[in-house]
Design a protein around this ligand. Sequence first.
Ligand code: AMP
Length: 537
Amino acid sequence: MSADNHNIAYLCTGKICENGLADKVAMRWISPQFERTDVTFAELDEQSNRFANVLSSLGMGKGDLLCTFLPKCMEQFFVFLGSLKREMITGTLFSNFGEDALLDRLGDSGAQVLVTKRSLYKKVERIRPRLPHLRHVILVDVADHLADDVLSYARLMDAAAATFETPATSAGTPSVLHYTSGSTGKPKGVLHRHGSILQQSRTCREVLGLTPDDIFWCTADQGWVTGTSYGIIGPWSLGVTQVHYGGGYDAGNWMDLLAGEGVTVWYTAPTALRMLMREDGETYEGVDLPALRHICSVGEPLNPEVMTWAGKTFGREIYDTWFQTETGAIMIANRPGLPVRPGSMGTRISGVEPAIVADDGTICSPGEHGNLCVKQGWDSMFITYLNNPTAYASKFRNGYYHTGDMAWQDEDGYFWFLGRSDDVINTSGHLVSPFEVESALLELPEVAESGVIGVPDELLFEKVVAYVHFHRGIDLTAELELKIRIHVANRLSSLAIPQEVIGVPSVPKNKSGKIMRRVLKAQYLGQDAGDISTLEE
Ligand code: AMP
């Protein structure tokens, strides 16, 4: 095996075994019923080899595209690594997605293979006629093949060889695909490359502070970048044991898991910490976490009061970290050895040059507000938006990638988050596109038009609010509101459900017909809408 092989899956399995850790537990899988299964690095290697061979037997190879559409389950990890060994591009789709969200992503990616569960496949079946590229569906929970193109994972894996020679993969070879939401247009496919592992590995050491003796738990779903960069790649590249839990949020179970598994480093999100903060104090009585060294957080601003609460309750430092789907790995962070300034995201990590850039392209001085940018060329920089090179190019100016966030930097290099420069909504750490919600609402016969915004929320950071102009004679009733919510959940996902629906006689638009969400937001917050000279008469 070549010394400069950048293949993510090889570096997370075969290489770790070659380094003498074959019998070490790579994953302690805990089912929603709290049954435990240990998977060693040798087993992880073997299972992913088998899946790589499955893909070969199906005629799939380098550059072909596979998506998973799975709830948390062990197969997710074997499939992810197996398809990367085969040098395919691997997309992970959040299992809560509804039909429209799926169609956009599967359609745009042109995925030829989809790995899912029988119950979730029902959603796919309805849109399959519109997915001409999809050749093979593999179901992880059926014993036998259901059709020539609807196959049983178990049957395929049984027939596959346990060894696979991973090709020497260059750093530039495309690897992982995640879709991200913008404020206009369809979601964009953020494509990464195998070389991203350098940064994911480095940040696991420098920021999360991981060493081979750690027991690491990342609560993110594999449908999002944190779930792959830090729930798979970074920790396994260091030979770290990861706990993966198939259940959802439950304060009691989470405390049992942290204590029972002896978790040493825990990576979670501010909404989860705020939910924990709301629990009865009894939840934490007698909870002893001697093994836990620190807690890290990502996805939304970490409010100083949450930091204080978590610090007091767990007696540990909470390190906020900042990154996004496009950056592939942590760019700015608090970390061991760096004094925490509550409310700040921390300082830049090595190998990365973030800067605050003014709209005219000049670099801002300390204290000045501006666009949070990152100097082009870091190891885990995305390589394109799939099928959308124009959108990709538009993100780079004067050698800087524009993140879409606004921030400022203090004299000592600490970054402070201000908000988004666009209308994208960040609800519980997940980006929701107002455009996608507006499009889904338009599918309802009662809706004439709508404007969707995010407004501050104590628990979720932001909540989705829909201003809806209904057709003549239609009134907003509790029943209609429920219908709207169910519709959005079915078409997009439960994350996108409007928490509030407000009926209006018209939606403000500018002269070119663009919905002025800024005006709606000001209206909601009782603020001055600023310059409304471009508003449609
Ligand atoms: P995503 O690409 O879905 O992972 O979302 C990335 C976005 O989440 C960023 O551009 C920020 O707007 C937000 N975000 C991530 N981490 C933080 C953080 N530590 N503080 C504030 N916002 C964050």
